[in-house]
Design a protein around this ligand. Structure first.
Ligand code: N01
Length: 537
């Protein structure tokens, strides 16, 4: 290799410039580390760059779903709504990049082609598809837990004469649905958000539903200036309170520490109603055991089914929209646009795929239950190959050529959700094995960034070259993740947490449901004990 051809040497290569990648880059600067973030998209923003379907917005309140890493940044930024929309979130991501002067160390439109661990030099050798090359002591896969869209392989899909759109890879130019017959497959968070918006423009909307969602109101609206002022008056205090919550949000409405089974029916109903008026995930905290006890959970589920039946006028449609699995087992959907009311519109219809499965796609539309539904556009709101899909598709090779495709074939092995054995000096962020999926993800991102940065600094001080999980520690962590889930209602349905939405994916509960504070404490203990459970060389 001649000198001019030599790959640039970094302390840390960050793959992805969404919120995780940008937070890590900012922290590296403060530590004097030489770090670079590469991003496949032509923009920062990650999920908020790609998921630009009409109606896309965050389901955690904006004042919480934002960085606390810079006091000026959090004071200056003004959110217009209680739950920010995708365009505003993307503007925020760009503002963060500018405000923290991150762009000079971000390479956009630069897709990682391969990353290989070099044992001799204890560095990662990485190359992008544009030919750029780097060597890095550490690598951070800030690639996002929900970044590999999943599309079903319906027979005949290629023959469909109309347009096929996926919510997670939405076109950048506006799509005009005026006068069109639109079909939507999928009723998770993406489907629930896009369906009411499509119904405003399209001639008809036919929703193909395999499993109904539990949908709670957001009560979204313009941000209350008085509330904003009160939070900004003590933003650090507000952040500290949110970090004490299991989900890293919702400190104003903590769960009631009483069981739904221990109160009289009238009181129970009154408390559910009160939380329904608050909106969002607060509903799951009406009683402390909603997610822990099936009987308590069933009471909350029935309350929501009553709301569905009271809203949707056609009894058959209402019945099809009523879920029959534990509430919260699949991620709760938070609605800002009148999801259930949409089914009262004369041009919106629901096809229950449990009774009439999709047989095939034709040139004209979808055939289900023997009926051909005539469509101009097919919107796939079918979700993601979550938590593992992106890494398993990448050419990342660790010690002795280990790949995620092979190491994770039975589920995403990891320790603390932060590293995987066989991949020294490679960190994960907001992925499997951590509580990120059940939290305000920004809180998790900031936690992971802090833990990783502290670890790198600790290793630097001691002149250590590599870190990776020990075999026993990793096995014990995987068992802990599973046992923790067993104490909840989370194994009682088919969710992306279990990989159940992707045919052939192993059924393994991937995220940790211990609650953020317990997880953060565990991570801190491991660090305080000299990175207990890790092998350091
Ligand atoms: O994906 P999903 P998503 N035939 O997997 C159906 C975050 N997010 O993009 O349930 C027919 O939840 C599938 O049916 P089933 C959030 O964390 C947040 O909506 O598998 N249907 C389901 O109805 C969320 O949880 C927001 O039976 C098929 C749907 O497609 C996560 O991303 C907004 C099918 C997929 O639902 C994923 O949400 C958007 C098939 N072959 C996303 N295959 C916010 O609000 C799949 N489906 C912030």
């Amino acid at each position: 290799m001649n000198h001019t051809d030599e790959a640039e040497l970094l302390d840390l290569l960050i793959v992805g410039a969404g919120f995780s990648g940008m937070a890590m880059l900012h922290r590296c600067r403060a530590m004097g580390l030489r770090a670079l973030a590469i991003e496949a998209a032509p923009s920062v923003g990650g999920t908020w760059y790609h998921n630009r379907y009409p109606g896309a917005r965050v389901d955690i309140q904006s004042l919480e779903y934002s960085f606390s890493i810079d006091e000026d940044l959090q004071q200056e930024w003004h959110w217009t709504e209680r739950y920010a929309s995708q365009p505003e979130l993307l503007r925020y991501a760009n503002h963060v990049a500018d405000r923290l002067d991150l762009r000079r160390d971000i390479r956009l439109s630069t897709r990682l082609e391969e990353a290989h661990w070099d044992e001799a030099t204890a560095t990662w050798h990485a190359q992008a598809t544009n030919g750029s090359r780097w060597r890095a002591r550490f690598i951070l896969m800030a690639t996002g837990p929900l970044s590999a869209p999943s599309s079903p392989h319906f027979e005949g899909l290629d023959n469909f004469g109309g347009r096929v759109l996926h919510t997670a890879a939405w076109p950048h130019e506006p799509v005009d649905f005026e006068g069109l017959k639109v079909g939507v497959v999928g009723t998770g968070s993406s489907g629930v958000q896009v369906i009411p918006q499509l119904a405003r423009r399209a001639k008809s909307v036919t929703v193909f539903q395999r499993t109904p969602a539990y949908v709670v109101p957001a009560h979204n609206g313009p941000l209350d200036p008085a509330w904003e002022a009160s939070i900004k008056g003590d933003y650090p205090g507000f952040r500290a309170r949110t970090r004490k919550m299991r989900g890293g949000f919702g400190s104003e409405h903590p769960p009631y520490m009483v069981s739904a089974l221990d109160v009289a029916p009238e009181e129970r109903q009154a408390r559910y109603e009160e939380r329904w008026r608050v909106g969002g995930f607060a509903f799951l905290g009406t009683f402390y055991d909603t997610m822990l006890d099936e009987r308590s959970n069933a009471l909350a589920a029935e309350f929501v089914r009553d709301k569905i039946r009271a809203t949707v006028r056609d009894p058959q449609t209402a019945a099809a929209l009523c879920p029959d699995y534990p509430i919260g087992c699949k991620r709760l959907c938070v609605d800002s646009a009148g999801y259930y009311e949409t089914y009262n519109l004369p041009h919106v219809s629901l096809v229950d795929l449990r009774k009439s499965p999709i047989e095939r796609v034709t040139q004209r539309g979808i055939v289900s239950g023997g009926t051909e539904h005539d469509l101009d556009v097919l919107v796939l709101a079918t979700g993601f190959d979550a938590m593992t899909g992106t890494l398993m598709r990448l050419d990342v090779r660790g010690r002795d050529g280990a790949t995620f495709r092979e190491q994770w074939q039975h589920g995403p092995l990891n320790y603390l959700g932060l590293m995987t054995r066989g991949f020294p000096n490679l960190f994960h962020i907001a992925g499997a094995g951590s509580t990120a999926a059940f939290t305000n993800v920004i809180v998790s991102i900031e936690h992971h960034v802090d833990w990783i940065a502290t670890c790198i600094a600790w290793m630097r001080e001691r002149g250590l070259a590599s870190i990776e999980p020990g075999e026993d520690a990793q096995a014990a962590w995987m068992d802990y993740v599973l046992q923790t889930a067993k104490g909840t209602v989370m194994l009682g349905c088919n969710s992306w947490y279990l990989g159940a939405n992707v045919p052939g994916k192993p059924r393994v509960f991937m995220p940790l449901i211990s609650g953020y504070p317990a997880y953060a404490e565990r991570c801190a203990q491991v660090a305080a004990r000299g990175y207990e459970g890790f092998v350091l060389e």
